[in-house]
Design a protein around this ligand. Structure first.
Ligand SMILES: Cc1cc2nc3c(=O)[nH]c(=O)nc-3n(C[C@H](O)[C@H](O)[C@H](O)COP(=O)(O)OP(=O)(O)OC[C@H]3O[C@@H](n4cnc5c(N)ncnc54)[C@H](O)[C@@H]3O)c2cc1C
Length: 395
């Protein structure tokens, strides 16, 4: 069905340049596939997208629950946040975005605190009424471990910045559950992304533009894919035969999967979601973390709070568990420890040598990518393809 209509390329004139129009296969109908597909389709290329799942939008897929009416983020909650004006304009041209501010809470022992650690957290945790400068002085002079001058691990970085008490309460248990290893094994760089704030700002993200599409991400991706030159085939896993009939392929599936894992499997963490329904408002916020090691899940997300502009009598929550990704599981977070990085280099060399294939997106490049970065990279891949591809062929 898919491949019968794929033919070789022909030429038309676009923007004064002779562009060879191609039949292009995109593997994966997530954000990467959708954005690349749309840009190339607009330039006249014929795009076929194969998607192994029964829906588009990849991991940011949203679906309205038939029983409760709540919009569900099926693969974990997604909040769009960016400083990139171009990306923000792009997504807003395909969806109506509603402002959303992610205000995460965490339950530690018998208390609930505000994240990321801010002045409220510090004052509540230590039972104080510090002003900003006092709190900074307190943390730096009585908590932070200044003997650590060159932090190498996540743990050292945390101890250097916040000291053992805040580290034990807010980072250690959560990190162990999330990554399945001791924080001493994780790189310091992970914590550099979690700032300590000496004011009452509890907005989890620091970006200029933040929001959630009113009709969900899947509606947005559907609008991106809505172009006469794009054919999407759901429930269609990639097969090598499909690739043999096209002029170029963009691969947004797992990098090691493309090579049949012949060098070994790249390590991922996967997530299990345990749904429960309730009446009214179950936890009063969208995201409640649980850092205590005695609690087996990492957090509970209550999905109607991701659409505060909607009203629902019922509510849907998910307990989220993290574990090692086994064959057949959905890969969520690339682990990227020393062992994986060595294997990654080998796969990257194979990918580099593979002709006619561009590896893209979070799985195709084995990196954690936020949606805005995914879109920016997808735009860049498509534009490089259009400009350099046209230049090379006409020369
Ligand atoms: C739990 C979680 C929460 C997140 N929250 C946020 C957030 O709040 N904000 C944010 O900006 N980002 C968030 N992200 C990141 C976001 O999910 C990614 O940026 C985005 O999904 C990347 O899009 P993609 O197209 O590269 O990959 P994907 O969305 O994974 O799409 C790849 C697609 O390829 C398909 N595929 C794979 N292999 C094959 C094959 N062999 N044949 C056919 N199809 C195949 C898959 O089924 C999938 O649909 C989160 C990620 C996770 C894991």
């Amino acid at each position: 069905m898919l491949v019968s209509r794929l033919t070789s390329f022909y030429k038309i004139s676009i923007y004064d340049a002779k562009v060879e129009l191609m039949n292009i296969l995109l593997v994966g109908a997530g954000l990467s596939g959708a954005v690349i597909g749309r840009i190339l389709a607009t330039a006249g290329h014929k795009i076929t997208i194969v998607e192994s799942r029964s829906h588009i939008a990849g991991n940011c897929h949203t679906e309205r629950c038939q029983q409760t009416g709540v919009m569900l983020h099926k693969y974990g909650p997604h909040i769009f946040h960016t400083d990139n004006q171009r990306v923000w304009d792009y997504v807003n041209s395909f969806a109506v975005f509603r402002p959303f501010r992610n205000q995460v809470k965490t339950t530690v022992g018998e208390a609930v605190y505000s994240l990321p650690i801010n002045l409220h957290t510090i004052n509540q945790f230590f039972g104080r009424t510090f002003r900003p400068d006092e709190a900074r002085h307190f943390i730096e002079n009585t908590q932070a471990d200044l003997t650590i001058t060159d932090p190498q691990s996540f743990e050292e970085q945390a101890l250097r910045f916040v000291g053992p008490k805040l580290y034990e309460a807010f980072f250690k248990g959560y990190t162990e559950k999330q990554w399945g290893c001791a924080p001493t094994q994780l790189p310091a760089a992970i914590l550099k992304r979690l700032p300590l704030r000496f004011n009452y700002d509890d907005n989890y993200f620091a970006h200029r533009f933040q929001g959630i599409p009113e009709a969900g991400y899947t509606a947005m991706v559907r609008a991106i894919l809505d172009h006469p030159n794009i054919d999407v085939h759901l429930n269609t896993p990639f097969s090598k035969e499909q690739a043999s009939r096209v002029d170029h392929m963009f691969w947004s599936g797992p990098l090691d999967g493309y090579f049949d894992e012949k060098l070994g499997r790249l390590g991922y963490r996967t997530l299990d979601f345990e749904r429960f329904d309730a009446d009214g408002d179950w936890q009063g916020c969208a995201v409640m973390n649980y850092g205590d090691p005695s609690v087996s899940f990492t957090r509970i997300t209550e999905h109607k709070h991701f659409a505060p502009w909607e009203t629902h009598e019922k509510t849907v929550c998910y307990r989220e568990f993290s574990r090692a990704c086994a064959p057949g599981d959905i890969p969520y977070y690339p682990i990227r420890l020393v062992q994986e990085k060595a294997l990654l280099l080998e796969y990257e060399a194979l990918a580099q040598a593979e002709e006619g294939v561009t590896f893209v997106g979070r799985l195709g490049t084995y990196r954690y990518l936020d949606m805005d970065v995914t879109i920016a990279e997808a735009m860049s891949h498509a534009n490089v393809f259009l400009t350099e591809g046209a230049t090379r062929r006409s020369g």
